[in-house]
Design a protein around this ligand. Structure first.
Ligand SMILES: *Cc1c(COP(=O)(O)O)cnc(C)c1O
Length: 438
């Protein structure tokens, strides 16, 4: 254990910690972080996708330096500032017509989803919200209250919340069956005493992230969209983790060919700075002033960083890079995984890839401990990645969108080595005893 990590444990609260190994970083550039022991670590998480352009990207650095050297205040609460307006205009140009109305800016996916949850109820007068089991929409009371992730068990839910199953093609053994089961469950909910007309909004992750990197069956969300339209339910796409080029398209919802009413952005939007955005129809977004605000919302430095991220995605063709490097990596992992006994499934879109680890490929029983050991071993070998999943058994890869082919190769080879070392019993379970993960 390095000294920085030890000092942290003596000074910093553990309430915000979700740790998998004793990582302490002192710097980073591009796809690499530098540990306080001097090691270069290839970053296949990018801080859960937040460092979307990698570390210390020159265009973000220039944008925030410029914004801070002639600082237009710190907030859009009580004055307009240009970076916020430019960012709002840019975001409006990127979403489909249905949601092209007004933009709200926040700090995080959590405050954005919390705002949406309050807003849809207030604006429609409907008192129920639909969301998926396994869904992670945030870590504040209001966003946890509409989340279905098991890590948030015991947290008080929104009174009108209805959680329905997200289709899991791998668990069901077949996407068509997974889709049919999830849709029939949804139907059942409304065959009892609940009416769809009581539902204000349906929160969806177009690809479910923390629930296990679940890619929905083809056509599933088109059915959900049809259901929402039929009953006047607002379709809210949580693009916080997988939006903005991550999946090889600009928006993750484009894979399903759907048009959301409301789009939520976060994580990678700021390229490493804290900023989130909600984009939706004018009557809903403007339903009431002073409804959801924090002092530093619309911060011009963060808005400038976000603008630089969006411009760089366009200018440097990062949607294309995500699609190309992502499908290259997915193919490479799928091919090599035949030799990795722990791997049950490899799936994803673009640079959002999940590797599900199982006890054996017949029972598909989650290999939870081996998953924690694999991320620990990969860290020892020089790769940062974490795991997700309602059963804590899915390695999640969300590397910087600038990832190169050789970096992809390097990461895949470390993952292979880590999986083989764990399968061979070379990694002691004692190593992870102080890392609870999630
Ligand atoms: C991470 C995440 C959030 C919450 O974002 P924070 O920045 O942690 O507040 C919301 N939705 C999804 C899909 C996420 O992955």
């Amino acid at each position: 254990m390095t000294d920085l990590y030890r000092r942290e444990s003596k000074s910093v609260s553990n309430m915000a910690q979700l740790r998998f190994f004793p990582q302490a970083v002192v710097g980073g550039k591009g796809s690499y972080l530098r540990g306080d022991d001097g090691r270069q670590l290839l970053d296949f998480s990018a801080s859960w996708g937040a460092a979307s352009l990698g570390h210390a990207h020159p265009s973000v650095r220039e944008a925030i330096t410029r914004a801070f050297s002639d600082q237009a205040g710190a907030s859009y609460l009580s004055s307009a500032n240009e970076p916020s307006v430019l960012l709002a205009e840019k975001l409006l140009s990127l979403v489909p017509p249905r949601s092209r109305g007004r933009v709200w800016l926040g700090h995080s996916g959590s405050d954005a989803n919390e705002t949406v949850a309050r807003m849809v109820v207030a604006a429609t007068g409907r008192r129920r919200i639909l969301a998926f089991k396994g869904a992670y929409h945030g870590g504040t009371s209001g966003s946890m209250a509409v989340s279905g992730h098991p890590a948030l068990k015991g947290v008080e839910k929104f009174g009108g919340l209805i959680l329905v199953p997200y289709p899991n093609s791998y668990a069901a053994g077949d996407p068509t069956a997974a889709s049919a089961a999830a849709l029939s469950h949804l139907e059942e909910v409304f065959s009892a005493d609940v009416r769809p007309e009581e539902v204000a909004a349906f929160f969806i992750e177009p690809i479910q992230g923390d629930g296990g990197l679940l890619v929905p069956p083809v056509g599933f969300f088109a059915e959900i969209e049809r259901f929402c339209r039929q009953h006047g339910i607002l379709l809210v796409c949580d693009e916080v983790k997988f939006g903005l080029a991550r999946t090889g398209l600009l928006h993750a919802f484009e894979h399903s060919g759907i048009e959301p009413d409301i789009v939520v952005f976060g994580k990678g939007l700021g390229g490493g700075l804290p900023i989130s955005a909600v984009v939706g129809p004018e009557p809903i977004m403007n339903h009431s002033p002073t409804f959801s605000y924090q002092t530093l919302h619309g911060n011009p430095i963060c808005a400038s960083a976000a603008l630089a991220v969006l411009e760089t995605i366009e200018k440097d063709g990062l949607v294309r890079n995500s699609a190309d490097i992502g499908s290259y990596m997915l193919a490479s992992l799928s091919k090599r995984s035949r030799d990795w006994d722990l791997v049950g499934d490899v799936r994803g879109k673009g640079l959002a890839i999940g590797i599900e680890l199982v006890g054996d490929r017949v029972s598909r029983a989650p290999a939870k401990i081996q998953t924690a050991l694999t991320v620990y071993r990969a860290f020892q070998l020089g790769l940062v990645m974490y795991y997700v999943g309602s059963n804590s058994n899915v390695l999640e890869l969300t590397p910087p969108l600038i990832l190169s082919t050789s970096e992809a190769d390097e990461g895949v080879s470390i993952i292979g080595q880590a999986l083989q070392d764990v399968a061979a019993g070379k990694v002691s379970p004692d190593l992870i005893s102080s890392f609870a993960g999630w």
